[in-house]
Design a protein around this ligand. Structure first.
Ligand SMILES: Cc1cc2nc3c(=O)[nH]c(=O)nc-3n(C[C@H](O)[C@H](O)[C@H](O)COP(=O)(O)OP(=O)(O)OC[C@H]3O[C@@H](n4cnc5c(N)ncnc54)[C@H](O)[C@@H]3O)c2cc1C
Length: 330
């Protein structure tokens, strides 16, 4: 292990300043410490964000409606918080099904969004893959049972974050602090596709810090849902997951937002399915039709064709869950 400096930041400004010259934010440390042990990253300085006050709140956004979630809120709290469960059920469900109870108690939403992919070739020092500056994606021709079925021509990782799947479906925005001050960005827009830059998953600068996640208020009659399918109930990533928001009125779907996880290198929006659902009667036939459309254009690899059927199932179940959500129904 290389020597590493440690800074307990007490303010966001101090955290940003400490990132200059090779510092890296440490939130829960679940992913970062793994990456250091695996030799994938070797930061000169760890900047502990957990010593900054005021970044672990969950509150109603009084200015704009919806929720404001601090980046240090743990997955366990997101899963259990009554406000989150009421206003953004998909997020609570996604957080509550990730990893294990022990990990959820430590892992933060900021770190969950920016964790690095779990592709076994990327994580192994033995494989100099494209994402680490090499010239090949070993998964495309190799062991790819858990890899992408969309957007997989350059690099076949799947985006690892369950909260990203839910938050993109919910239309979340990030508040980001950097040297030049604060900026806001649509969460969906920060994820980088391999064709844009295969070495990074997100567009935050190395000295930027997420200071808030804002989830907009859903329209009256809307409901959200999230579903994960994995090989095990715990201690595992999904092999297929989906989140959706369905806006409903008079027994019809007015607008849909559908995002698949474990499907592509970024949270993957099913735009064709969303468009086809608008104006349709709520119920199984519409959910089935949309789920089919969601998987149109999939390009499975040699070992992951099974994921197409699983994703279709998971999308159909998630749409139905949001359509039939009793608590929110008007
Ligand atoms: C066995 C196992 C199973 C898992 N299963 C799942 C699963 O099913 N679904 C899922 O989504 N995840 C899963 N995970 C991943 C786990 O949830 C993440 O590793 C964890 O959420 C990362 O959060 P953290 O707070 O520990 O981040 P850290 O490890 O501290 O940070 C991760 C990255 O984010 C950056 N970062 C953190 N906070 C900020 C911030 N506020 N601003 C800017 N940069 C920041 C860090 O610099 C680092 O690059 C699993 C992990 C394990 C070990």
């Amino acid at each position: 292990m290389n020597p590493v400096e440690w800074t307990n930041a007490t303010t966001v400004v101090e955290a940003v300043a400490s990132l200059a010259g090779g510092g890296v934010i440490k939130a829960g440390g679940v992913d970062l410490v793994d990456l250091m042990k695996e030799g994938i990253v070797s930061p000169q300085r760890l900047v502990n964000l957990r010593t900054v006050r005021g970044l672990d709140g969950i509150e109603e956004d009084r200015e704009r409606g919806g929720l404001q979630v601090g980046p240090l809120v743990t997955l366990a709290r997101l899963a259990a918080d009554p406000l989150v469960r009421r206003a953004a059920r998909a997020l609570a469900e996604a957080a509550g099904h990730a990893a294990t109870p022990q990990i959820r108690n430590v892992a933060t939403v900021g770190g969950n969004l920016l964790q690095r992919p779990r592709c076994w070739y990327f994580r192994s020092e033995a494989f100099p893959c494209r994402r680490k500056g090499g010239t090949a994606c070993f998964a495309i021709e190799g062991e790819n049972a858990y890899h992408a079925v969309f957007g997989n021509g350059t690099c076949a990782i799947v985006h690892p974050s369950a909260t990203a799947t839910a938050l993109v479906a919910l239309g979340a925005r990030l508040t980001i602090a950097g040297k030049a001050g604060q900026r806001e960005a649509q969460l969906e827009s920060i994820f980088v596709r391999p064709e844009q830059d295969v070495t990074r998953e997100h567009a935050l600068a190395p000295d930027e810090v997420i200071t808030a996640v804002r989830v907009p208020a859903m329209s009256p009659g809307a409901a959200s849902a999230y579903t994960k399918l994995g090989e095990k109930e715990s201690y595992d990533w999904p092999i297929a997951e989906a989140a959706c928001v369905i806006e409903r009125s008079g027994g019809r779907c007015v607008r849909a937002s559908i995002v698949m996880g474990a499907a592509a290198p970024v949270p993957w929006r099913a735009s064709e399915a969303e468009a086809a659902l608008a104006g349709k009667d709520l119920g199984e036939p519409a959910a089935r039709m949309a789920a089919k459309l969601a998987l149109r254009g999939a390009t499975p690899l040699s070992g992951n064709g099974y994921k197409v059927a699983l994703l279709e199932t998971v999308v159909r179940r998630t749409i139905l869950a949001a359509m039939m959500d009793k608590e929110e129904a008007r």
